[in-house]
Write a protein that binds this ligand. Sequence first.
Ligand code: HEC
Length: 128
Amino acid sequence: MKLAVVISLAAVTTLTSAPLFAYDADWKRGRIYYRSICTSCHVAAPIGQINPSTRVKAEWAAYFQADKHAKGKETVKQYVSKDYRAKIKSGNKAAEKFADVPEQELLEDVKLFLQRGAKDGEAPASCN
Ligand code: HEC
């Protein structure tokens, strides 16, 4: 009996020490998110559209690593958060559609789309 308890505890420990987040990112969903949510604000804001192909892959990777949006005033991540989606979903179809998707997944999706769409990516992309 005791041995069984030890073994099951060991199993739990092994499971919980596995990578916390294993997710196969979906660049197509990232593209929808970037175009419908990130870009819709950029075009309304003075900055205008930011085409993925204006930066190389390493620049996008560093951008998300630093996680500083709008010259460091805030994080990039907040814009994939459920809170942000909830705030805009009445006027934004994509935000409504993705309302319940975990933010970590959407973050990975957007990152992958920007890697793909970078100047030196597989498929350099614009915002539209
Ligand atoms: C609520 C509006 C809004 C949303 C949503 C938004 N942005 Fe921005 N973004 C801005 C504004 C405004 C600037 C320009 C800031 C400046 O120049 O002071 C900006 C600038 C940027 C820049 C240029 C570098 C920088 O940070 O200044 C990048 C890259 C960027 N945004 C990426 C994103 C990504 C990726 C998303 C979606 C996950 C996103 N933005 C969502 C408003 C937004």
